[in-house]
Design a protein around this ligand. Structure first.
Ligand SMILES: Cc1cc2nc3c(=O)[nH]c(=O)nc-3n(C[C@H](O)[C@H](O)[C@H](O)COP(=O)(O)OP(=O)(O)OC[C@H]3O[C@@H](n4cnc5c(N)ncnc54)[C@H](O)[C@@H]3O)c2cc1C
Length: 569
C-alpha cells in the first residue's frame, strides 16, 4: 500500500457495509442509516429507480408486441429460462444470460433477482408471522439444532417492520399464526368464504383465513411519508408498482435510507468475499468486482451485514478464505453451507364448484386465502415430521366464445358467459434441514467475475414424500366436504428451489460447535459480521419467510448499533 492511497482508503471506508439491496438488505440499510451510520450498500445488479424504472407498469395488454410471450430465440438464450419472469412484461427482471452459472449436482431451481431491490420486486408479498410452534420445532422434534431465539424475542420487531411496510390482514386469534399490526384485510371471494365456512363447520383445528400480505389497504402517515399510496388492485405487481401499493425495497426502505443522507448505494458491485484482518481478528471490509470493468476494489467498515439472499450469502462466506478461516469465514463448526432447506410446494389441487351462478369476480385480487399449518402442531400425529400451510385462490372462469367481434363482442362484454367457480390450493411444507443437503464451491469452475461457482447438492427426503401424500389426502377430504367437484390433486415432483424460499447454510444456534450465528445473527467467531437473510434460518417453518428476515434484520441492526456505541464491536 502506498501513502498516496491513504485518501482513497478513507473514501472507501464507511461505518457499515450492507451486501445486497433486496428485502433484507433494504431493511439493514434503512435501520443502520436511520441510526446514523454511514452505510455503503453494495448491489451486484443495475440500479432500479422506483417508478421511472418500471417500463411496463402502465402498458395495456395490446401494447406488448408478442402479447406477453417471449420469442423463442430470446428465450433460448437463457439457460435459466425455466425460472420465472420470462414474460414480455417482466423480462426486465430476468437474469442476464451467463450472469452466474452454477453446478447442479442435484437439480435445483434457483430464482434470482439481480438488480437494486432484488426479489422485493418479484415476490408474491405474503407475510405471515412465525409462532413458537416454529421456533420450538427443532428442539421439540429433535432435528437440526435449537433456535437461539423464541417468538417473544422477535415479536416487537415484527410489529416494527409491519407498521412501516404496511401489512394487510385480519386478526384471527390463532396461536399458530400470531396476529400483527394489520391494515384492513383484502376480502375473500365468495368461493373462498364458502370454503372457509365448510372448514369451520367440519374441523376444530383448521382455519381458512385471508393471507396476510404486504399491500397498503388503508395508507397511514408513515406510508405517505414514504411516498406510497393505496394498492389499486391492479395485480400487475411484478412489473413494478408506481403507486408503491406493495412493499418493495425500491418503494420503501431504500428511499427512506437515502433520505437520511447516510446511504451510498453502489450498483454493479459484485461482492467477491469478506476481508478478515488476522491481527485485529475481525472483518475489515469486502472485496468487490466492478461488474462493468472487472476491476477489483476493496471497501472497509466497522460492521458488515450479509444480505445477498440465502445461497449467495453462503457463497460469499465460503469464498472468504483466510489463514484463520481456511474453510470459509466463521466456519469453525464445519456447518457452513450445510443444512440447506426450503419449502415443499409439490402438492397442488384444483376443483370446481357448481353454484353461486349469480355472482362473479369484480376487480382483481393481489392476495390469496391461507390455511395455517394444522398437522403435528400440538402433538406428533402422522408418520412424517412437521407440517404444511396452504395457499388458496378461487375465481370464476369465463367460457371462451368464438368470433367475438363487433356487436358480438359488445354483447359478450355485457353478458359474459361464465363457467363454474374454480378453486385451487398449493402446499407450503416445511422441509427438515439435514447435513447432506448442502452447497459448496466448485474447486475449478469460475463465474464471469472470477468467483467460484456454487455447487447445489440438495434433494427431497422420504419425509417430504410422505408430507405430499398426506397433503393431497387432507385437501381432497376438505374439498369434498365443501362440496367441490372435479377434484384433481397432483404431486408436481418439482425440483427443490422452485418454491423460491431457500434457507439455511449459515444457521443460527446456541452452540458455536454446531452453528454459525448467535442469537443476534453475529458470526460466532467474527462478531462484526451479521448474516440476516434466509441463510440464517435454523429451520424453515411453513410461513412465507421474508417478513421474518425483515424482523430479524431490524433486530440485528439495532443490536449492532448499540454494540458499536458501547465500543464492543
Ligand atoms: C416469484 C416469487 C414469489 C415470492 N413470494 C414470496 C411471498 O409471498 N412471501 C415471502 O415471504 N417471500 C416470497 N418470495 C421470496 C422472497 O422474494 C425472498 O425471500 C426475499 O426476497 C429474500 O430477501 P433477501 O434480501 O434475502 O434476497 P433478495 O431480495 O433476493 O436480495 C438479494 C440482493 O443481493 C444481491 N446480491 C446477491 N449476491 C450479491 C453479491 N455477491 N454482491 C452484491 N450483491 C449481491 C442481489 O442482486 C439482490 O439484489 C418470493 C420469491 C419469488 C421469486
Amino acid at each position: 500500500m502506498s501513502y498516496l492511497n491513504i485518501d482513497s482508503i478513507k473514501d472507501r471506508t464507511y461505518d457499515a457495509i450492507v451486501i445486497g439491496s433486496g428485502i433484507s438488505g433494504g431493511w439493514a440499510a434503512k435501520e443502520l442509516c436511520e441510526k446514523g451510520l454511514k452505510t455503503l450498500v453494495l448491489e451486484r445488479g443495475r440500479d432500479v429507480q422506483h417508478v421511472t424504472d418500471y417500463p411496463t407498469a402502465n402498458k395495456h395488454p395490446w401494447e406488448f408486441e408478442h402479447r406477453g410471450q417471449v420469442p423463442l430465440e430470446i428465450r433460448n438464450q437463457y439457460p435459466n429460462g425455466r425460472a420465472s419472469f420470462m414474460r414480455e412484461e417482466t423480462m426486465h427482471w430476468a437474469l442476464k444470460p451467463g450472469e452466474q452459472p452454477f453446478v447442479e449436482e442435484q437439480p435445483f431451481q434457483w430464482t434470482r433477482g439481480y438488480h437494486v431491490g432484488g426479489k422485493s420486486l418479484l415476490w408474491a408479498r405474503q407475510t405471515q408471522r412465525w409462532s413458537d410452534f416454529d421456533f420450538e420445532g427443532p428442539a421439540r422434534d429433535g432435528f437440526a439444532t435449537d433456535w437461539p431465539i423464541r417468538y417473544a424475542d422477535i415479536a416487537p420487531w415484527y410489529s416494527h417492520v409491519e407498521k412501516f411496510a404496511g401489512i394487510s390482514g385480519n386478526k384471527d386469534g390463532l396461536p399458530e399464526l400470531p396476529d400483527g399490526e394489520f391494515l384492513p384485510p383484502i376480502e375473500l371471494s365468495c368461493i373462498e368464504k364458502h370454503f372457509q365456512e365448510a372448514i369451520t363447520k367440519n374441523y376444530k383445528d383448521r382455519h381458512v383465513i385471508q393471507g396476510r400480505c404486504a399491500h397498503i389497504t388503508d395508507p397511514q402517515q408513515i406510508h405517505y411519508d414514504q411516498g406510497r399510496a393505496k394498492c389499486q388492485h391492479r395485480s400487475l405487481c411484478n412489473r413494478g408498482c408506481p403507486f408503491g401499493g406493495y412493499f418493495s425495497s425500491n418503494a420503501s426502505t431504500l428511499p427512506w435510507a437515502a433520505k437520511t443522507g447516510n446511504m451510498t448505494l453502489r450498483p454493479h458491485s459484485v461482492v467477491h468475499s469478506i476481508i478478515f484482518d488476522e491481527k485485529k481478528k475481525r472483518a475489515s471490509g469486502v472485496r468487490v468486482v466492478n461488474a462493468n470493468t472487472s476491476e477489483m476494489i476493496e471497501f472497509y467498515a466497522k460492521i458488515i451485514f450479509v444480505n445477498g439472499s440465502a445461497l449467495n450469502s453462503n457463497l460469499i462466506l465460503l469464498n472468504s478464505i483466510s489463514s484463520r478461516f481456511p474453510n470459509g469465514l466463521g466456519n469453525d463448526s464445519g456447518t457452513l453451507g450445510k443444512y440447506i432447506a426450503w419449502h415443499n410446494y409439490r402438492g397442488r389441487i384444483n376443483a370446481e364448484y357448481e353454484g353461486y351462478y349469480d355472482k362473479m369476480t369484480d376487480g382483481k385480487n393481489p392476495s390469496n386465502a391461507y390455511i395455517p399449518r394444522f398437522r403435528n402442531l400440538h402433538k406428533q400425529e402422522s408418520d412424517f415430521l412437521r407440517g404444511y400451510a396452504t395457499g388458496i385462490g378461487g375465481g370464476r372462469g369465463r367460457l371462451t366464445r368464438q368470433a367475438e367481434i363487433g356487436e358480438e363482442l359488445k354483447d359478450a362484454l355485457l353478458h359474459p358467459q361464465l363457467g363454474n367457480w374454480n378453486i385451487s390450493a398449493w402446499m407450503m411444507g416445511e422441509t427438515v434441514p439435514i447435513e447432506s443437503n448442502h452447497v459448496r464451491l466448485d474447486p475449478n469452475l469460475k463465474d464471469p467475475y472470477g468467483i467460484p461457482q456454487l455447487v447445489t447438492s440438495v434433494k427431497w427426503t422420504e419425509n417430504d414424500d410422505k408430507m405430499v401424500k398426506d397433503y393431497l389426502e387432507q385437501l381432497t377430504e376438505m374439498f369434498t366436504l365443501a362440496g367441490f367437484k372435479n377434484i384433481r390433486g397432483a404431486d408436481t415432483h418439482a425440483n427443490p428451489g422452485s418454491d423460491i424460499h431457500e434457507m439455511g447454510g449459515i444457521r443460527m444456534g446456541k452452540d458455536p460447535k454446531t452453528s454459525m450465528l448467535n442469537e443476534w445473527n453475529q458470526v460466532h467467531s467474527c462478531k462484526n459480521v451479521f448474516v440476516t437473510d434466509g441463510a440464517c434460518m435454523t429451520s424453515t417453518g411453513t410461513q412465507n419467510p421474508s417478513l421474518t428476515y425483515m424482523a430479524i434484520t431490524a433486530r440485528a441492526a439495532d443490536y449492532a448499533v448499540k454494540q458499536l456505541k458501547k465500543r464492543k464491536l
